[in-house]
Design a protein around this ligand. Sequence first.
Ligand code: ATP
Length: 615
Amino acid sequence: MFKALLEPFRHPKLNVGLGDAASFGSPRGRKPKATAKDWSATLRRIWSYLAKRKAKLVLVLVMVLLSSGLALLGPYLISRAVDHYLERDGGRTWGIFLITLAVVYLLNSLTSWLQNIWMIEIAQETVYRMRTDLFAHLHRLPIPFFNRRQQGEIMSRLTNDIENISSTLNSSAIQIFSSVLTLLGTVGVMLWLSPLLTLLTFIVVPLMILGMRWITRRTGPLFKERQRNMGELNGFIEETLSGQRIIKAFSQKERVISGFRERNARIMLSGYWAQAISGFIPKLMNGLNNLSFAIVAGVGGLLAIRGLVTVGVIIAFVEYTRQFTRPLNDLANQWNTLLSAIAGAERVFEVLDEGAEAKDEGAAVSLDHVEGTVKFSGVSFSYDGGADTLQDISFEAKPGEMIALVGPTGAGKTTLIGLLSRFYDPDKGSITLDGRELSSIRRESLRSHMAFVLQDSFLFKGTIRDNIRYGRLDASDGEVEAAAKLANAHSFIMRMKGGYERMLSVDGSGISQGQKQLLAIARAILANPSMLVLDEATSSIDTVTEIKIQEGLQALMKGRTSFVIAHRLGTIRAADRILVLQGGRLLQQGSHEELLQEGGLYSELVRGSSDSAAG
Ligand SMILES: Nc1ncnc2c1ncn2[C@@H]1O[C@H](COP(=O)(O)OP(=O)(O)OP(=O)(O)O)[C@@H](O)[C@H]1O
């Protein structure tokens, strides 16, 4: 029936175990493999986090030892009571026995409780450190990493995967350890009491081990795949939520929902198979447990009749047989959680292993002051080592100059800015700032002297004041307002309910595109950088706002070396130099008049834009 239920979602590639999901390290569709080597490496890394709380861990271990020991003592005491107190001493010391047994079980509960809360403390701290490391590392990763991945997929590692590790460390890890201990202890006591009965109990062990192995070999990759599917689904959700407007505008709702259904079905299938197969473990254990129970009871009874074992030993054995299979059962139950935690940890470590943005050179310096002379000499760059995206680019920008970048779409304007900001490094040639190679300047220092006003200026959830202050966190309220006035943003802010204290929702929805730009300009003015990058807005903004933005930009650019990615040629006539790019090559450079006289692509673009304006 379940199969029938899934049928509508089945995709030709949708065979469980043959993941079609996008993955980090592996190409789409590669079968996930979990080898013992991967696992031990992952466990070692988890251990490196746990080891930071060694002292507490030792305490936990002591508690585990005590509680396991006490758990073993119970049946032994009962056996002694049956054989000794009841048979030989006629029950006179029955009261003492009862009190001893009560103390043993009470202590057992106390030590279990202590081990539990201390382990939770260690687990929460460990997960806190992992999450912080992951987040901090994400912020050190180079831009190409983010170019290749969906945000939601990355988010999933910070949330789902870490959560899986957390729940395992909270309870399963210690339970597994305690189960192993109880198991070994039980076997030891059983051997001591009666090697023959122990051997009989063990008849089922090879079957248990074989069964467990068979099952976990199948479930390991499935759990890994489920985590990956979950990550993919999160990526899809994030993408479709942020692209809501486009989805609605192009009436793609049905397609998106069916895309979601397909991914969701993949999670359902991998989750179903992982749980269904691993859910068989406890059943198998139970069945085999009952079998060994029957063997011990039957054969033990025969042995007792012949006087080879006492009744007390048989009672203890029946209890130990249960105690022996209980940790095995627990192990089997915890196995699922452990498997999904290992799968989660692997995905967390995968990101942690991603190379961070190349470290600054050892001798790299921080700059206190920047004049703003930027020089590109014979710069070439390609994104993937293939054809050059930028080819042999040379130009110079003097302090305070406005440099406009023009050219058809895909010409390489954004890439050039990416090199200037050191999101990428050139393959050939050199870029200098005030005569210093960019690579010899610390990235953070370089970027602290730059400000960006982009087409889609990002605003955070917070007040308007906080959003402007993002440019310089120690700016006073007066400085924030002065920057807003220079940017021409003050008057619209004051007209809004709440003024500077008005809360903006996520990404500034609730204010217009033009107003967003004015806030971004105010933010950049407050940052007071020596260099500016402006990506001129292409979206249609009303003329009044556009004039305001232009005035704000003029105020912002004054005295700063500015790079303007210009989409409307009318606004760059005032540029000191215009760089005309096409297909990654710098075709022309000069002032508006010089370029017009020269003819070529620039005059064609100007003619084209005035034609379209006329049209
Ligand atoms: N992350 C990337 N990985 C690979 N190729 C890229 C990447 N970003 C851009 N490109 C390619 O590099 C070329 C230049 O792109 P770039 O974004 O610099 O152009 P642009 O002039 O800014 O275009 P537009 O005016 O449309 O913004 C294009 O062919 C583009 O497809």
